[in-house]
Design a protein around this ligand. Structure first.
Ligand code: THU
Length: 130
């Protein structure tokens, strides 16, 4: 059930460090072994040095030794639906299959389900290297 992933993303959003944009975002990833990793956006006074919620969640996943994303939930307090930014689409694609699901959430729960291929068609493939 994906509702727990929405709740993990919403809980993570509460930990956002977003004093500059005042735009908290939360993300949660479920890997193929069923584990859940979450993250929030972490901004910096040197603005370009901040990063996205999805990127924080990916960091937790990789450092736990996991590399296969099955589902992702994303929520932003101030936006009805918050599709991952372009950079995060590429980072998520690195660890996804074409049918990896992306749940766009609001405070009530999952409002829209997409795949990573919907969000990033014709992506740069890891097979292109070596
Ligand atoms: N942000 C995310 O965390 N994820 C996205 O997919 C889009 C943008 C963050 C970055 C920045 O801290 C704030 O939202 C405003 O852009």
């Amino acid at each position: 059930m994906a509702h727990d992933l929405f709740e993990a993303a919403r809980t993570a959003m509460a930990r956002a460090h977003a004093p500059y944009s005042k735009f908290p975002v939360g993300a949660a990833i479920r890997t193929d072994d069923g584990s859940v990793y979450s993250g929030a956006n972490i901004e910096n006074i040197s603005f370009p040095e901040g990063w996205c919620a999805e990127t924080t969640a990916i960091s937790h996943m990789v450092m736990a030794g996991q590399h296969k994303i099955r589902e992702v939930a994303v929520i932003a307090q101030k936006l009805a639906l918050c599709p991952p930014c372009g950079g995060c689409r590429q980072r998520l694609a690195e660890f996804s299959d074409a049918d990896t699901k992306i749940y766009l959430c609001d405070e009530a729960g999952i409002q829209k389900t997409m795949t990573i291929a919907d969000l990033l068609p014709h992506s740069f493939q890891t097979e292109a290297i070596g």
